[in-house]
Design a protein around this ligand. Sequence first.
Ligand code: ADP
Length: 218
Amino acid sequence: MAQQKATNVTWHDGEVSREDRNTILRQRSATIWFTGLSGSGKSTIAVALERALFGIGKLSYRLDGDNVRLGINKNLGFSEADRKENIRRIGEVAKLFVDAGVISLSSFISPYKGDRDEVRELHEAAGLDFIEVFVDCSLAEAEKRDPKGLYKKARAGEIKNFTGIDDPYEPPTQPELHLKTDEMTVEDEVQMIVDYLEANGFIAKQPLTRATDLAEAH
Ligand code: ADP
């Protein structure tokens, strides 16, 4: 965990709480944290889930590996220390979104269990919900899919520290959800998450049939 460098800084509370923002949005915000090998399906599922949630009038926002590495984390690489800092910062950003009332969808390989556990603890210490989703796919299948051609490069020695090839992936031991993406369809995976969110009181289903319903529903 990073050390607090600045001294004499304290959190300044506002007069509108996360609960107030959740009331406006008619949802209970949380972080949904997708973890799994490259090519396991994290981004694909997050995109499909975001669309499905939008369709029932729920606000979510995707935080995605490459997008974050092109911006806030552009100064970080793939060494163990940099991966750790990458996950720590993303965890803090996800927390801000949850505090803003949004369901944050975080898709990062996040290969080390200890780093994911730290993000969970950061959330829990702030009273925020953390839903870990294990996007489980065999290395053979992920390598066969190879949507960005990265396994090919890693096998050729052109990428070092590649998770699953020459860097470890530590699977979650107690994820809230376990999706086996070499056996399930994307639709079933999204449905499983939506069912979980409904069953645990994060969302109540309100199908929208027209764009104008969005205004009427809120
Ligand atoms: P990641 O974000 O984990 O690196 P991506 O979502 O970018 O993975 O790529 C996963 C690839 O696997 C996509 O090309 C997607 O279409 C494909 N795919 C095939 N079956 C599934 C499934 N059941 N769930 C998710 N992705 C799947």
